[in-house]
Design a binder for this molecule. Structure first.
Ligand code: ADP
Ligand code: MG
Length: 343
């Protein structure tokens, strides 16, 4: 559904004394991996192999992810979202519960941010070549920009419970900013419903975790140092966080971009200008209980830039870390609420 987001996050073992009783020594960290939404997923559950097999946990996870794709992938021509995008009808249609949940949260964040997060921005994303069709890497003409912008705006989309409609026939919804996080939430909930209370779920860099590792230590996450190197060779750890029972999302524009005339063009669009963001903020990390919310907020703050983003995050009591590029290297800023998670 989404391009590779590729904020590498490494799981580290950190010595912290914790009180997870290892009364069942057969329980180990079991890794369940696969591909979904145009990226990979890595899940660790603390359980016995028999438990995971009896529960058919991997199969259930695959089924949940397939359902999310079937609802919200713009990369699948026969998904629910694609059907809505293709239809020119302005009549309300009944949509699935999952699709409605992600839309409701995305619209809430869109309104909260004064339109900085805008799930109708799809025509602009596609115009700049970051959509499912991956057009040539060129700067679009002013004319094309004007006509794409005419199709964008949250006021053109109406959600009433599970009834969804659009007021312009060619509105296009892109849930790339929240659907991956929603997939993480769905998998996390599935794991819990199956009686497993210690886990970490990661899809394309979006993650949510709970409880402890098999050693009794808390899960720790390394936030990667942003380096402009799409090959991914030069990766380095920037900061280690202990998020406890929360989700962690990082938005960064240093890996998915194209260059033209010596300028870098990000895949994140500022709906106010219709153009890719152009500022010195290179990554934003948000920690919050829901992965869907963290995912959407990290993109929102990325669109805003360091100054407005920091102000917004403080005002709304968000745990957020901003990494910016300066002449002398990277600088970071974090909100009061983020501090508690720093190792
Ligand atoms: P990041 O991890 O960098 O935040 P995401 O994959 O979460 O990236 O979201 C970026 C994607 O969201 C883009 O590829 C595009 O499809 C879409 N997008 C870009 N700009 C916006 C925006 N202002 N509001 C909502 N979605 C956007
Ligand atoms: Mg995001």
């Amino acid at each position: 559904m989404n391009k590779l987001k590729l904020m590498l996050v490494v799981l580290l073992t950190i010595s912290i004394t914790a009180c997870f009783p290892s009364n069942d020594s057969a329980k180990k960290e079991i890794l369940l991996q696969g591909r979904t939404m145009g990226t990979t997923y890595n899940i660790k559950v603390v359980a016995t192999i028999e438990q995971v097999e009896t529960l058919k946990l991997h199969e259930k996870i695959e089924a949940v992810l397939q359902q999310v794709n079937q609802q919200m992938s713009t990369y699948m021509p026969d998904s629910e979202i694609s059907a809505f995008n293709k239809s020119h009808s302005t009549e309300p249609v009944e949509i699935s519960v999952g699709f409605a949940r992600v839309l409701a949260e995305s619209i809430r964040l869109g309104e909260l941010s004064g339109g900085k997060l805008d799930i109708t921005v799809g025509p602009l994303v596609n115009l700049w070549g970051f959509g499912p069709k991956h057009r040539p890497e060129t700067v679009p003409s002013d004319e094309a920009l004007v006509s794409a912008r005419a199709r964008v705006g949250l006021h053109n989309l109406h959600l009433d419970g599970r009834q969804l409609s659009k007021s312009i026939p060619n509105l296009y919804i892109d849930l790339s900013t929240t659907a991956k996080g929603y997939g993480v939430d769905m998998v996390a909930e599935l794991i819990e419903v199956n009686g497993i209370g210690n886990y970490i779920v990661e899809i394309g860099g979006e993650m949510r975790l709970k409880g402890f590792k098999d050693t009794g230590e808390l899960w720790a996450i390394a936030i990667e140092k942003p380096i402009l190197d799409p090959s991914g060779v030069q990766r380095a750890i920037h900061e280690v966080v202990i998020p406890k029972d929360n989700a962690v999302a990082t938005s960064g524009d240093y890996r998915i971009y194209f260059e033209a005339d010596g300028q870098r063009f990000s895949h994140i669009i500022d709906p106010a200008t219709g153009k890719p963001i152009n500022h010195h903020l290179v990554s934003v990390t948000v920690i919050t209980p829901s992965s869907m919310t963290a995912d959407g907020l990290s993109t929102t703050l990325m669109v805003m830039g360091a100054e407005q983003g920091m102000e917004f995050a403080q005002q709304h009591g968000l745990a957020a870390l901003f990494i910016s590029k300066t002449e002398h290297g990277f600088t970071e800023q974090f909100t009061v609420k983020f501090k508690q998670y720093l190792k």
